[in-house]
Design a binder for this molecule. Structure first.
Ligand code: F3S
Length: 393
């Protein structure tokens, strides 16, 4: 007997009575549910789909999207694509890339997906609440919403989030249940960490944690943007879906009976940063992985206001909505000589069309940008104040 029980209505979809795309979608969810030992599918409040840039999707992905093309049944946001649709950039692209990218966007538009084009849809567009069951792809956002908001999603892929968006349901497994959200490792960090050192903590911890959810102790003064940096770095180097932070996040009572312990020393963070810092001068300073909040844009604007730009290019990445809400800061940054892009990012745009050496404060970008097929960049990983020293005259 099957473990996962479908309702009568779900059985009809499974047998193809509602069409081919819903049939494919529910069969995918069914397989994932069986793997995750779910007994049923549960309704979701929203979905978020990754796999948008033509750079990652490719021709095979376009064919898959065409097969899955069907109206979504819950609010569904979309990750960044390969360029800024309204303003162009961050680098020149060829005609084929542009055409194929717009074909992908058109498919998503026909499905009724929002034109959000951001990995931080939780600021605008798609804001989950505590306890909401959702089905999100984009690993950095998954960790953020599970950990900081207390919404519930497994680490979905682009296709599984799309399947859930079409059906409006997800398997009741893993992170949707209290048991799957328990910390099994206590991480003691005595040093007070800032944004970049939280990103470095993610790079250091991810491989050590394996799949274990950590509860981090010793960071009671932490801010949301610092935990966004941790979310992104952890998401790049591990398959961890969430973390707890003692005194900060909302589900710290969910701890297993006999957790292991990892102690993180200041030297562990120092070594992680120096190991990832290329010494050569970057050609580009790229900030905004994950996409910047208004608060972060304002911070950069305060740092460059009235100053003269020298040296490498300075690119910042955010969502359309955050950019629209922060016009004054955008103006200050652009008057300085920097550029603020929306819809895209340093990793999913074809950066290597122009650059080969990039400086960033993002742990996730530090992991992905050197990889062939992602950026092929030499990366200098450092804090925002050190990055801006390259460009402030
Ligand atoms: Fe977002 Fe691109 Fe980084 S999608 S998390 S800015 S790699």
């Amino acid at each position: 007997m099957r473990q996962l029980q479908l309702t009568k209505e779900e059985e009809k979809i499974f047998e193809g009575e509602m069409g081919d795309a819903p049939k494919l979608a529910i069969r995918l969810l069914y397989s994932l549910g069986e793997l995750g030992e779910a007994e049923r599918l549960i309704p979701i409040k929203s979905a978020h789909i990754s796999g948008v840039s033509y750079k990652n999707v490719g021709e095979g992905g376009i064919q898959f999207l065409k097969k899955m093309m069907h109206k979504v049944s819950v609010p569904t946001s979309l990750n960044p694509l390969g360029f800024d649709i309204e303003n162009g950039g961050p680098v020149d692209i060829d005609e084929t890339f542009h055409k194929k990218q717009m074909e992908i966007i058109e498919i998503y538009q026909k499905m009724g997906v929002m034109n959000s084009f951001t990995c931080t849809p939780y600021y605008f567009y798609n804001e989950p609440s505590f306890g909401d069951h959702i089905s999100w792809a984009e690993s950095s956002a998954i960790i953020y919403v599970n950990s900081l908001i207390g919404a519930r999603t497994n680490r979905e892929s682009g296709p599984s989030a799309m399947a859930s968006a079409i059906i409006g349901k997800t398997p009741d497994s893993g992170l949707h249940r209290d048991e799957g959200r328990k910390a099994t490792v206590v991480v003691n960090v005595t040093e007070k960490l800032d944004y970049t050192r939280f990103a470095a903590l993610g790079l250091f911890l991810g491989p050590k944690l394996n799949k274990n959810i950590p509860i981090i102790k010793g960071q009671k003064e932490t801010k949301g943007i610092e935990l966004k940096a941790l979310s992104a770095a952890l998401s790049a180097v591990s398959s961890i879906p969430m973390f707890h932070v003692d005194g900060i996040t909302k589900e710290t009572s969910l701890v297993s009976d006999s957790p292991e312990t990892i102690n993180v020393e200041k030297s562990d963070i120092d070594e992680t940063i120096s190991k990832n810092s290329a010494q050569e001068e970057p050609e580009l300073i790229a900030i905004g992985c994950p996409h910047l909040s208004s608060e972060e844009l304002d911070y950069v604007a305060r740092l460059v206001k009235g100053k003269k730009k020298v040296g490498p290019d300075l690119f910042l990445f955010t969502s359309r909505e955050v950019k629209a809400q922060s016009l004054e800061s955008v103006k200050i940054i652009e008057n300085f000589g920097g550029k603020v892009f929306s819809d895209t990012c340093m990793v999913v745009s074809p950066l290597s069309n122009k650059y080969s050496k990039t400086g960033t404060n993002s742990g996730k970008a530090t992991f992905y940008l050197p990889l062939k097929g992602y950026g092929n960049q030499k990366v200098a990983f450092m804090g925002i104040l050190d990055l801006l020293k390259w460009v402030i005259g």
